[in-house]
Ligand binder design. Structure first.
Ligand SMILES: *Cc1c(COP(=O)(O)O)cnc(C)c1O
Length: 353
């Protein structure tokens, strides 16, 4: 009789919030879909695809558009089927069985998930109570465990906080491991090391089209690293990992720099507005919530009534992310944020006993 092995026996398929909610603030997606003129361009481009042919394994045109937008050398960029796929490929290829992987908690849950499937040994480095990171202690943890990989998001999902370039440089130079720096939200901040990847022999940066770029649906992510690491990554990835439809759409989006700059600034502005309003609510109910300042498109809140709040908002058809003693709220449009705040105020007035 066939039995599932130990590492996958207890696993459950990933379940994002299901059901249809009027306002979705739970997955850190952009609240803006692509504009009409861009969609027209996309439709035209899709008509030109040879659907019977395999896609370009290098996704060269998409990579070129991405590299151009960020001012990078395209030879240092590898495209993936979402950065999620790249995380999984990195774990699979750059780890040997039982290699130590240091993750920083709380952080993106997929890191430890893939590390476990790849039979790595996950070491959880705890953040301070104020969610900051003790850089020296982190370096020490990586080196004393002889870790093969250090992986974390900057700014961090879910805390929205981040390390500065200076702190990052110190970490990368001081550890003996590979450093995978996930900059999924760096479009919203200004501490990117993208332009410095070539200075290090141990740095891989991840980027995604799923957040600021507003294209979570097409599954497109990128890994940026020096030539040696890039060659290794390109050698181990599945050859046709990014399909032709995604390649075409991605190319068109990244070519439209004006649109990307505008939408990014709009999202930052909306998040700032949401943060300010939540701070005002915190001032009224300080015993119930602690709102953290951050650098992303979402706001992270510590609250002893997380579950109650989450359920109440769901009953109002507003989805946010519930995480134990915390909630995470992605910025919506102006009107979505307004509706959220009205619902929150109503909750505090009527549901608190
Ligand atoms: C959303 C997110 C990603 C994005 O993954 P994709 O597979 O590109 O959609 C990666 N890392 C972090 C930390 C994220 O929050």
């Amino acid at each position: 009789m066939y039995r599932l092995n130990r590492k996958i026996k207890e696993l459950e398929p990933y379940k994002p919030i299901s059901g249809s909610y009027k306002i979705r603030l739970d997955a850190n997606e952009s609240c803006f879909s692509l504009p009409k003129d861009m969609l027209d361009k996309i439709h035209t481009a899709l008509n030109g695809i040879d659907f019977n042919r395999y896609p370009d394994p290098a996704a060269a045109k998409t990579v070129a558009a991405f590299a151009d937008y960020y001012g990078l050398n395209a030879e240092l960029v590898t495209a993936g089927n979402g950065s999620d796929e790249l995380i999984s490929v990195l774990m699979m290829a750059f780890l040997m069985k039982d290699d130590a992987v240091v993750t920083v908690v709380p952080d993106f849950s997929m890191y430890s998930f893939y590390a476990a499937i790849c039979e790595g040994k996950c070491i959880d480095f705890k953040k301070n109570d104020d969610l900051s990171i003790d850089v020296d202690r982190l370096i020490d943890t990586v080196n004393s465990n002889n870790a093969a990989m250090l992986i974390f998001s900057n700014p961090c999902n879910p805390t929205s906080k981040g390390l500065t370039k200076q702190e990052l440089r110190k970490i990368i130079k001081s550890v003996n491991s590979l450093v995978v720096l996930d900059e999924a939200y760096m479009d919203f901040w200004d501490e990117s090391l993208l332009n410095e990847v070539d200075n290090y022999d141990n740095l891989i940066i991840l980027r995604t089209a799923s957040k600021a770029i507003g294209a979570a649906s097409i599954r497109l992510g990128f890994a940026i690293a020096n030539k040696t690491l890039t060659r290794a990554l390109r050698a181990v990835k599945s050859p046709y990992n990014v399909n032709s439809v995604t390649q075409e759409i991605g190319r068109i989006i990244y070519q439209d720099k004006t649109y990307l700059e505008n939408v990014k600034n709009k999202l930052i502005c909306l998040r700032t507005g949401l943060y300010n309003e939540l701070k005002r609510l915190e001032a009224e109910y300080p015993e119930y919530m602690q709102v953290f300042a951050g650098n992303s498109n979402f706001v992270f809140i510590k609250t002893g009534i997380a579950e109650k709040l989450y359920k109440y908002l769901l009953s109002e058809s507003i989805a946010i992310r519930f995480m134990g003693d915390y909630i995470r709220i992605t910025t919506g449009t102006e009107s979505e944020n307004e509706e959220l705040l009205i619902a929150l105020r109503r909750f505090f007035k009527t549901e608190l006993i």
